[in-house]
Design a protein around this ligand. Structure first.
Ligand code: NAD
Ligand code: LEU
Length: 365
């Protein structure tokens, strides 16, 4: 892989490769853009097939965080980290201590949190080595697991998407197909069930499916069958790239709104969704609840304030649909436009020289 060519393509600032033989740590931190502030984004632990896959993933995810944080109105740039390994079998405390020291070495350029494969407990261990970590235990006055808050954001964002695509934000009686019922989607299903939606669920991990069936009366289907289910809304809540040439022809839903990052396999799939008349709530706009919640820790965490900010996802998703409608562009492009314009405006606004710069981390001192 030609790393510099890759970095130049989307203007990445920095890649940090971390290795610690004793603990088995093999990690990559990618900092995409720090125009708005320090790069905040989670750490994913995943058993990548190849090192190249890990680089591809961390690069894509870190850029996604630049757009997510910008679109959410946060004074934070975008970054992400991946640890190569099996989250069920390869973890040890020393691995996260070593990783925490690498983060500390970046002196606040990168702030981490949870992502797929990492937990509050892992963040607490990282916190033994650095303050540049969020999503740590409430015992530290912090916000804990971001997943339930992400789910709340997806729920309110789904309502906005339903209004755009189905003419009403009321989800009672609507059929919603949920792909992956993990940490976020479990809580999402709870909100949807309470509102009276009919749920169809799938997961490669059977106990999660059984829980959704018994608690929410969901209908269970095999993972490959989820796309063609007769439904109003498709909610991708597992991994990325699920909206692609193969799956598009199977979809019956009029709305796509879910938690997964990087749902579109390629940018052109956003245009295809528009041509098909499917209302797509761009992933990084609708799933920003977790990062909004952990970012609140930088001000001294307040749960009510964080939830209030997360409620703003309804307006943000609506705004994206409005931009898409007036400019006649896909919602994926409308979201990019919204995020890029904010970054550009702030690039100018923050150009004035200050001897003692005040920024989001100044509050942590
Ligand atoms: N946790 C958060 O706060 C947060 C915030 C923003 C975005 N996200 C994104 O949302 C998604 C879900 O996050 P999570 O924290 O719930 O992760 P998770 O690992 O708890 O849940 C994902 C679930 O998807 C299942 N899955 C994996 N491949 C599948 C497949 N092919 N078909 C069906 N199910 C499959 C897994 O078994 C798991 O139960 C991820 O893409 C994550 O990056 C999470
Ligand atoms: C900062 C985290 C809570 C990030 C989260 N995993 C996301 O993708 O938004």
């Amino acid at each position: 892989m030609k790393l510099f060519t890759k970095m130049e393509e989307k203007d990445y600032e920095q890649l940090v490769i971390c290795q610690d033989q004793t603990s088995g740590l093999k990690a990559i931190i990618a900092i995409h853009d720090t125009t708005l502030g320090p790069a905040l984004g989670g750490t994913r632990m995943w058993n990548y097939q190849s090192e190249e896959d890990a680089f591809e993933d961390v690069l894509r995810l870190s850029r996604g965080m630049t757009y997510k944080n910008a679109a959410a109105g946060l004074n934070l740039g975008g970054g992400k980290a991946v640890i190569i390994g099996d989250a069920r079998t390869d973890k040890n405390p020393e691995m996260f201590r070593a990783f925490g020291r690498y983060i500390q070495g970046l002196n606040g350029r990168y702030i981490t949190a949870e992502d797929v494969g990492t937990t509050v407990e892992d963040m607490d261990i990282i916190h033994d080595e650095t303050d540049y970590v969020t999503g740590i235990s409430p015992a530290f006055g912090a916000s804990g697991n971001p997943s339930p808050v992400t789910a709340y954001g997806v729920y309110v964002g789904m309502k906005a998407a339903a209004k755009a695509g189905l003419g009403s934000e009321d989800l009672a009686g609507k059929t919603i197909a949920v792909q992956g019922v993990g940490n976020v989607a479990y809580h999402l299903c709870k909100y949807l069930h309470e509102e009276g939606a009919q749920l169809i669920v799938t997961d490669i991990y059977k106990p999660s499916v059984e829980r959704a069936v018994s608690e929410f009366g969901a209908k269970a289907v095999d993972p490959d069958d989820i796309y063609e289910q007769d439904c109003d809304i498709f909610a991708p809540c597992a991994l990325g790239g699920v909206i692609n040439d193969e799956t598009l022809s199977k979809l019956t839903a009029k709305v796509i709104a879910g938690a997964a990052n990087n749902q579109l396999k390629e940018e052109r799939h956003g245009q295809i969704l528009q041509d098909m008349g499917i209302a797509y709530a761009p992933d990084y706009v609708i799933n920003a609840g977790g990062v909004i919640n952990v970012a609140d820790e930088l001000n001294g965490y307040n749960r009510d304030r964080a939830f209030k900010k997360v409620e703003g996802i309804y307006d943000n998703v609506s705004r994206v649909f409005e931009i898409a409608r007036t400019k006649q562009i896909p919602t994926s492009q409308a979201a990019d436009k919204m995020a890029e314009e904010r970054i550009e405006r702030m690039r100018y606004a923050r150009g004035t020289f200050l001897q003692n710069e005040h920024h989001i981390l100044s509050r942590k001192k």
